[in-house]
Design a protein around this ligand. Structure first.
Ligand code: NAG
Ligand code: ZN
Length: 291
């Protein structure tokens, strides 16, 4: 999903929040789920890196990368939030690292870069902390199917309405649908949703799938690992995001049947992102997934 220059410039100058990633609440939910699955040594390790001994140490930094991208110092990081799969949904989906990760980098190269930096013994404390914040955010982003799709700027150019409000397909996946489902948009909404999803992973809907979510995870190969996550997420573009193509969605209100069919995928992707983030942080801190 590329940015339009005009849009980003407007942002830099206005400083207004503009969500083009799971909304803040989605990212915070992913972070809280991860907090619920990291081991005690991992928690201590990252609390120290982030200089925060509260239980919110991951959720508090989950949206840092979305703020940073709109600062002049952070402009270079804009492509790190997505990978532009040049596939052909709905007839064929697929991500190819060499084809789709642009020259300026992508979410997959970013996960690689910050996984290496967070383990550095020579970078400054601030740089290591930044790397941890980036990982928490980008493992979230890669699980939003439209962050793994090039078509129509990752759905940003597909105009739709949601409960009568004009918006676009990307935005309803990031924000409108999660907020309608949870009935909120705050960090406390995120904490509550994370508690529900943690239970679903431990003993509910996802308990038989969770182990499979870690298939192929390899801390020595962040590109291969995050490409698995990107492929998995991108496949939903063909099956759920636009199973009948773009034209049937354009200018439609998607808060009815579309929402009903999308929501289980959103919920699963948020749960998966949190679980995989916990495993990744455990691997960084302790060398084992701990799960
Ligand atoms: C890695 O991250 C640093 C800090 O954000 C950035 O300056 C550098 O360009 C990144 N390198 C790559 C290859 O993404
Ligand atoms: Zn993002």
């Amino acid at each position: 999903m590329k940015f339009k220059i005009a849009v980003s410039v407007a942002f830099v100058t206005s400083g207004l929040p503009f969500c083009l990633a799971w909304g803040d609440m989605g990212h915070q939910t992913v972070a809280y789920i991860a907090s619920n699955f990291v081991t005690t040594p991992t928690k201590t390790h990252f609390q120290k890196i982030l200089g925060d001994t509260t239980t919110d140490y991951l959720a508090a930094v989950a949206t840092y990368a979305d703020t940073y991208r709109y600062t002049s110092a952070g402009l270079y990081s804009r492509p790190y939030h997505f990978i532009d799969a040049q596939d052909n949904p709905p007839s064929s989906c697929g991500v190819d690292y060499s084809r789709d990760c642009g020259k300026g980098g992508c979410v997959v190269s970013a996960i690689k870069n910050y996984t290496s930096r967070v383990q550095s013994t020579t970078l400054s404390t601030a740089n290591v902390a930044q790397a941890a914040k980036m990982i928490v955010h980008f493992v979230g982003d890669i699980h939003q199917p439209l962050h793994d799709e090039n078509l129509d700027v990752g759905g940003n150019d597909i105009d739709v309405t949601f409960n009568g409000v004009s918006t676009n397909l990307h935005h309803i996946w990031d924000t409108n649908m999660p907020e309608m489902y949870t009935g909120g948009s705050t960090i406390s909404t995120a904490k509550t949703w994370a508690t529900t999803l943690t239970k679903a992973i431990n003993t509910g809907t996802y308990s038989s799938d969770a182990a499979g979510w870690l298939t192929g995870i390899d801390i020595t190969d962040p590109v291969a690992t995050s490409m698995l996550w990107a492929q998995d997420s991108n496949a939903f573009v063909c099956t759920t995001v636009m199973p009948d193509g773009v034209s049937v969605l354009e200018n439609e209100d998607l808060s009815g049947d579309y929402y009903t069919s999308a929501m289980p995928v959103i919920e699963e992707q948020i749960a998966k992102a949190g679980y995989r983030l916990a495993a990744w942080l455990n691997l960084i801190a302790t060398g084992s997934t701990g799960l």
